[in-house]
Design a protein around this ligand. Structure first.
Ligand SMILES: C[S@@+](CC[C@H](N)C(=O)[O-])C[C@H]1O[C@@H](n2cnc3c(N)ncnc32)[C@H](O)[C@@H]1O
Length: 401
């Protein structure tokens, strides 16, 4: 079957398809988060929910409706969820704060908020340099408010943990941070950038430890940054957890950036990675369409028939190797004692392996079928999903080999 690339990538995102994936993730995850947090707001003592777009733009969208920006997308989601919760008898106050430094962009932002803010979401535009305005942002987020910070700069300097520190230490907070890997990778080996790169990794960076293999180097740099974030966001017994999604360059086979998610709630990780899983197939199709368009632009004789669906690889690489690693992860975690699988255990394994929830379940299925483990609470019936149900705190045990 052939499909038309124009039906896949909305016109506003042509040439910046990575932003489309980013926005799909923001849209999908924000909606889930707002429902879950909003539904439990009074139970958890949240007096309101605030979305904070720390690098708002508008950016690369000249239209009046700003449809392809995080501003319009977040406003729509906030409004929709606020109404839906109110209808279910759960009225929650929703606010949105948008920060922008550039004068021209700030002017457009202010005008947009004046004319497009939904009646059920209070919006504020802040003009300034994020690096200097963190205290100002915090003053707009009272202690009993739940806040989701979207940190999406153009470069890598503003995401230094020391700059983010006051936000990271704030209770009732979650984060989605754009880690511009393309830039970081380029600068990591440059002597002239050593100070900045070391600061990015929280003050510790040994260039001699940088792996030469590109995939290992990417994991290494990403882990250094995630570790720096997690250690600052862990407060007392409330340990932070982080997951991430890799956004690839639309037409070249390399990473553009990682969207790192940071929370202190295991449920957040499971939900975030569930959304990411939905996106992985979409990303493959969008990239196939972007590559097809590029090839057509570069070729004198364009292909008029569209993309062959069979040629879109939505599986990702190393499926079997990955599955073996996940099985080992489970076996190590179970050890020689029964393991009660709580949501916290499940989320921790997701963070350690950055796998999707379904992959972790598949590994349990394989291990069970191979007779290496049993689910003591599963009974006789065969399950196609929730092979281990962490909501029921089921127990896995290794069989004697
Ligand atoms: C990548 S764009 C944001 C895109 C937007 N989040 C979206 O998804 O539609 C980054 C924005 O941050 C602004 N910016 C850059 N440096 C900044 C700073 N130090 N403080 C605040 N805004 C900044 C830029 O002008 C630009 O509009």
């Amino acid at each position: 079957m052939k499909f038309d690339p124009h039906e896949i990538i909305p016109q506003a995102y042509v040439g910046r398809e990575q932003a489309y994936i980013k926005h799909l993730l923001l849209d999908g995850y924000l909606e889930r988060l707002l429902y879950i947090v909003g539904w439990n707001a009074s139970l958890l003592g949240h007096e309101e929910i605030i979305f904070v777009d720390c690098f708002a733009g508008p950016w690369q969208d000249d239209s009046d409706d700003l449809k392809s920006t995080s501003i319009a997308i977040s406003m729509d989601v906030l409004s929709k969820v606020q109404y839906a919760l109110a209808e279910k008898g759960k009225p929650v106050r929703f606010r949105a704060i948008y920060m922008e430094m550039d004068n021209g962009a700030f002017g457009r932002l202010s005008r947009y908020l004046s004319s497009h803010s939904p009646t059920n979401v209070e919006t504020t535009a802040l003009h300034g340099d994020f690096r200097q305005c963190v205290p100002d942002i915090l003053s707009h987020c009272p202690p009993k408010s739940f806040a989701f910070f979207f940190v999406d700069p153009k470069g890598w300097v503003a995401v230094r943990p020391e700059i983010l520190q006051p936000l990271l230490a704030r209770p009732r907070s979650e984060f989605l941070i754009n880690f511009m890997y393309g830039f970081v990778n380029r600068f990591a080996s440059m002597e002239a950038q050593r100070e900045g790169i070391t600061a990015l990794f929280g003050g510790h960076f040994d260039p001699d430890k940088l792996p030469t293999n590109p995939a290992d180097r990417e994991s290494f740099l990403l882990e250094q940054y995630r570790t720096a974030l997690v250690s600052r966001a862990s407060v007392g017994t409330a340990k932070a957890l982080s997951g991430y999604v890799t956004i690839l360059d639309p037409t070249a086979d390399r990473t553009k950036y990682h969207l790192i998610y940071l929370t202190r709630h295991p449920k957040g990780i499971v939900e975030f990675m569930t959304q990411s899983e939905k996106l992985s197939g979409v990303q493959a199709v969008v990239r196939a369409a972007a590559k097809f368009e590029k090839k057509n632009r570069d070729n004198a004789t364009p292909d008029l028939f569209g993309i062959d669906a069979n040629q879109v690889d939505t599986r990702g690489d190393n499926g079997n190797v990955r599955q073996d690693l996940l099985k080992k992860l489970w076996l190590d975690r179970i050890g020689d004692k029964p393991l009660m699988v709580t949501e916290a255990v499940f989320a921790d394994l997701i963070c350690k392996s950055n796998c999707f929830p379904s992959e972790l379940q598949l590994a349990v299925k394989d291990l069970t079928e191979q007779g290496q483990i049993i689910n003591r609470d599963a009974g006789q019936s065969k399950r196609s999903k929730n092979i281990v149900n962490y909501e029921k705190k089921e127990t896995l045990v290794r069989t004697k080999s």
